[in-house]
Design a protein around this ligand. Structure first.
Ligand SMILES: [Zn+2]
Length: 143
């Protein structure tokens, strides 16, 4: 008889929790540039960064740095493939953690893109108006 348990690994696996995605983001944060966007703790040799898809890959999210947040493997697995808007509504402490990570990475060109404005656009879209992340480098004549 087939095992239809909801707890079986095959049923809980999802496309958002793959650790093989390539991006310089992992290298940069593992070298100490920023802490985890979901728990604010540092990345360490034994607890390194994974690439969290803001919009889950299984729900059409792109696999490039504009859709990535650096988070621990465990932090990545806890969210699974829940949509970002309901996730952030029920984990409001993470709004500040995510913004701190953006602040730490401000000005970094990652995978050929200005990371913070690109990822802030994705965060704001996926938040669906619930909150707002700040991606601008600074306010000035070019803002
Ligand atoms: Zn974490």
């Amino acid at each position: 008889m087939m095992n239809l348990s909801f707890n079986s690994p095959s049923n809980t696996a999802n496309n958002n929790v793959r650790f093989g995605y390539r991006s310089d983001l992992k290298r940069i944060v593992n070298a100490g540039a920023a802490d985890c966007a979901y728990c604010e703790r540092p990345f360490t040799e034994s607890n390194r960064a994974t690439l969290e898809h803001i919009r889950p890959h299984s729900k059409g999210g792109v696999s490039n740095v504009s859709n990535y947040l650096p988070v621990h493997a465990r932090c990545n697995q806890i969210r699974g493939n829940e949509d970002f808007a309901p996730y952030i509504r029920t984990h409001q402490n993470k709004i500040g953690y995510i913004q701190n990570t953006l602040n730490e990475l401000r000005g970094q060109i990652i995978d050929g893109r200005d990371y913070v404005p690109a990822v802030a656009r994705t965060l704001n879209r996926e938040s669906q108006g619930y909150t707002s992340f700040h991606g601008a480098i600074h306010k000035g004549i070019n803002a």
